[in-house]
Write a protein that binds this ligand. Structure first.
Ligand code: ADP
Ligand code: MG
Length: 265
């Protein structure tokens, strides 16, 4: 029996919830999105804490890409709220607000989405120079450092068509990082890559997350890729059906060391 001196249970739970939400860098509340008569997101709520690495998995057509595009403000939602850091994404209207969001949140796509007539270096430099109007010399230095970090120092003048899929994805990751975002979103970033290259790309995401504290939200339909994250959220038919921590997180770097060296690689 509760006595008058006991703390009010309901209020305690409320304050715990508020604390959890306070530490969240991504906060979705009852997000709905339809395309015509097709309701794709049917009330999605989730919190992602700063520094977390979260994977969203689910079958094709379950609304994963739509969810990511809504978080990045690429498509407007019909109902609900999306907060990303200081940005109330569901209310953003002006280009200026959108640019501020894009500086904080980068996205990497399955198809890399590089400009084919620009070199690797030019692709990485584009947004800071043309959108953010930053100083070209500083951007160039940062872009070269990032390409070096992803193992492409020698390829900075190559065009996307001269690069392998894994190399193109690394350019796309360098491009995502050049704006020094606090969050990186990735939509099936290993979808076109073989096993070894997938692990290499996941090792870059893990490095960003574990060593640089960047929050990572990654979409995949492969469960084994999802196990590089801290937490796996499963979507089905526009709903979240499970949200569970990963008991034993895979470590891409260790796995790469254990893989046999490929002959001729
Ligand atoms: P997933 O990434 O999980 O495969 P998507 O978010 O791409 O799923 O798509 C979910 C559903 O929304 C699909 O039925 C797809 O056809 C539909 N859809 C996605 N984008 C659009 C759009 N721009 N216009 C109309 N329908 C869309
Ligand atoms: Mg998709």
């Amino acid at each position: 029996m509760a006595s008058p001196g006991d703390p009010p249970i309901g209020r305690q739970e409320d304050s715990a919830m508020v604390r959890q939400e306070d530490s969240a860098i991504v906060r979705l509340t009852d997000v709905h999105k339809s395309f015509g008569a097709t309701e794709v997101l049917r009330g999605i709520s989730m919190n992602i804490a700063k520094g977390e690495a979260v994977c969203v998995i689910g079958p094709s057509g379950s609304g994963k890409s739509t969810l990511l595009r809504c978080i990045n403000g690429l498509i407007p939602i019909d109902r609900g709220e999306i907060h990303v850091g200081p940005h109330a994404v569901h209310r953003l209207k002006s280009d200026k607000d959108m640019i501020a969001l894009r500086k904080d949140v980068s996205i990497v796509f399955q198809q890399y989405n590089l400009f084919p007539h620009k070199t690797a270096l030019q692709n990485v430099m584009m947004a800071p120079i043309h959108v953010l109007r930053e100083n070209e010399r500083e951007v160039r230095e940062r872009a070269i450092a990032l390409l070096t970090k992803v193992g492409l120092a020698e390829k900075q003048d190559a065009y996307p068509g001269e690069l392998s899929g894994g190399q193109q994805q690394r350019v796309a990751i360098a491009r995502a990082l050049v704006t020094t975002p606090s969050i990186v979103l990735a939509d099936e970033p290993t979808g076109n890559l073989d096993t070894r290259t997938s692990i290499e790309v996941m090792s870059i995401f893990q490095h960003l997350n574990r060593d640089r504290g960047i929050t990572v939200l990654l979409i995949t339909h492969e469960r084994d890729i999802a196990e590089y994250a801290d937490r796996i959220i499963t979507c089905r038919d526009g709903h979240i059906v499970t949200d569970t921590p990963v008991a034993v997180r895979r470590i891409a770097e260790d796995e790469l060391k254990a893989l046999p060296i490929e002959v001729g690689a």
